[in-house]
Design a protein around this ligand. Structure first.
Ligand code: B12
Ligand code: SF4
Length: 459
């Protein structure tokens, strides 16, 4: 190893993007790993969405991040570097929930967050004593992390490189979501002064908060929003809808420069429509209207395929979305990700179709729904998305929102993606039963999650 060791961090891309790649965000996951890397290391980040990955470079270590749909490609990349004798570390959501699977393609796997274990791992590497697993266990309610190294992205063409996290975790515990198994029952915020100081270094206006639920604890979120008033930032993020029960939060949100907020409605009706994160004393439609009326774009997501969803859910959802009129509806197919309670349940019930992780992306059916067939779920999703983005539906939404031009533009862009998608296949794949998740794979998922204490949910 040289005196100035070289680290290559890779964000794997699963498919090619055209001009829309200029509207993507850089990987904050890798940027935070870079920020946690001691200064003597030379760090290079390669984002395969934006650029070709060259396998010939000389590096002392390669680090690769992976969500589930990226995992198989991440393993291919890892294998190629390891063939050249370059050690590889895998980290991120998928290696965290499937550490044994990832370990077959890596010299070390980081389970959980990098910051608490990364310096030790690099030290072990240089000392020739690298361990196969490094686990970090989140504790407390305070998040202390270094500022992202945005200078590493200089000259790259992203929507913005001003991405930041104010918090990690979420106070809720949705059975289909990876966030709570990942962070356990911790929901940690950074000190407001630290966040505001980082924001003050930003040169541009557009800023994206990549928190799981930035407004999940209104008491902690308020000082951050209050400090942002007057900074001139234009920001977006995601949160659960219930914050809008508090009119002061809604006002503060708009005053802080928020231009768009992504919220999960989950279901038009049934048990998932009444989750504590969305249900309160006001209806979802009222809460959405309150936010929309301040000029903030509300992107609201629904999921198809819960166990109480029959074929009527598609029509009912489209009508419900007309009533709620979020600025931008987003419609997903339920995807039971490994590590979630839902994956475990469906696996035990023998309902997972396969573990071809490439297909775990909310746009394909990877399990057997209870009240419809996989084909019906896929077809219903395709039709409902098109129905929600027909011109008359767009017009009705846009006319109800202030900032009509910007709302129209977002809707047209989304419509292009939906109508441009080739949906001619069946949208699911049902291989031989031998491809069902092996007991070893599932044990690995459970083992990866042992770092977290059980969740005491929900507000
Ligand atoms: C921001 C975000 C996005 C952004 C990503 C922007 C970008 N370029 O990265 C956008 C909106 C584009 C997005 C899209 C999607 N997302 Co997303 N997203 C998130 C979110 C909310 C935060 C991720 C993040 O940046 N966190 C900040 C970083 C600093 O934290 P981190 O990723 O945990 O990284 C730390 C550790 O994991 C570790 N680590 C991570 N990588 C590595 C690598 C190495 C080498 C090491 C050592 C350590 C390490 O160290 C880091 C620092 O502590 C997560 C929720 C979550 N908590 O993960 C969902 C999440 C990752 N997304 C998810 C999904 C499903 C998607 C989509 C597939 C949804 C869809 N169909 O549209 C798409 C896929 C898009 C794609 N690129 O292919 C799921 C993934 C589930 C899974 N098992 O794969 C999550 C977990 C949400 C959920 N509710 O379950 N997403
Ligand atoms: S509210 Fe959102 S981030 Fe929190 S557990 Fe539910 S789906 Fe995940």
């Amino acid at each position: 190893m040289t005196n100035s060791p070289r680290l290559l961090l890779i964000y794997p891309a699963t498919h090619k993007l055209g001009w829309v790649k200029r509207f993507q965000l850089p990987s904050l996951s890798l940027n935070q790993v870079a920020a946690a890397t001691p200064p003597e290391w030379q760090v290079t980040i390669v984002d395969e969405v934006q650029e070709e990955l060259c396998y010939d470079g000389q590096y002392d270590l390669v680090g690769i991040t992976a969500m589930t749909h990226q995992a198989l490609h991440a393993y291919q990349i890892a294998d190629r570097f390891r063939e050249r004798g370059i050690p590889v570390v895998l980290g991120g959501i998928h290696p965290t929930v499937m550490p044994d699977e990832a370990a077959a393609h890596a010299d070390a796997v980081v389970i959980g967050e990098a910051e608490p274990v990364w310096a030790e791992l690099l030290d072990d590497l240089r000392g020739g004593r690298l361990k196969p697993f490094y686990r970090s266990v989140p504790t407390g309610d305070r998040l202390v992390i270094p500022w992202a190294r945005r200078e590493l992205l200089a000259g790259r063409k992203y929507l913005t490189t001003q991405t930041i996290q104010a918090s990690r975790g979420c106070p809720y515990d949705c059975a289909f979501c990876t966030v709570t198994p990942y962070f356990g029952n911790t929901f940690r915020y950074r000190d407001p002064e630290d966040i505001l100081a980082e924001l003050r270094t930003y040169q541009g206006k557009l800023t994206i908060f990549l928190d799981d639920n930035i407004l999940g604890d209104p008491h902690k979120a308020k000082p951050i929003l209050a400090g942002m008033v007057g900074m001139g930032l234009r920001w977006g993020g995601q949160a659960n809808l219930r914050f809008a029960e508090d009119p002061e939060m809604v006002k503060l949100l708009a005053a802080s420069g928020c231009i768009g907020i992504f919220v999960g409605l989950e279901s038009a009706d049934g048990v998932h429509a009444n989750h504590p994160k969305t249900a309160g004393s006001s209806s979802q439609a009222d809460l959405i209207k309150r936010i929309r009326d301040t000029g903030v774009v509300v992107e609201a997501s629904v999921i198809f395929g819960f166990d109480d969803h029959d074929q009527g859910i598609f029509e009912r959802t489209v009508r419900y979305l007309e009533k709620c009129a979020p600025s931008l509806p987003t419609l997903h197919i339920l995807t039971p990700y490994p590590g979630t309670a839902l994956f475990k349940q469906y696996q035990q019930e023998g309902r997972m179709l396969h573990t071809d992780w490439r297909r775990y992306d909310h746009g394909q059916v990877v399990y057997r729904p209870r009240l419809m067939t996989p084909e019906q779920l896929y077809k219903g999703w395709v039709d409902a998305r098109q129905e929600a983005y027909r011109w008359s539906a767009i017009a009705s939404r846009v006319l109800q929102s202030p900032g009509k031009t910007i709302n129209l533009m977002y809707n047209i862009l989304r419509r292009g993606g939906i109508y441009g998608r080739d949906c001619s296949d069946s949208g699911y794949y049902d291989p031989a039963a031998s491809d069902l998740p092996s007991e070893a794979a599932v044990a690995s998922a459970e083992d990866g999650l042992k770092i977290h204490s059980p969740k005491v949910s929900s507000l």
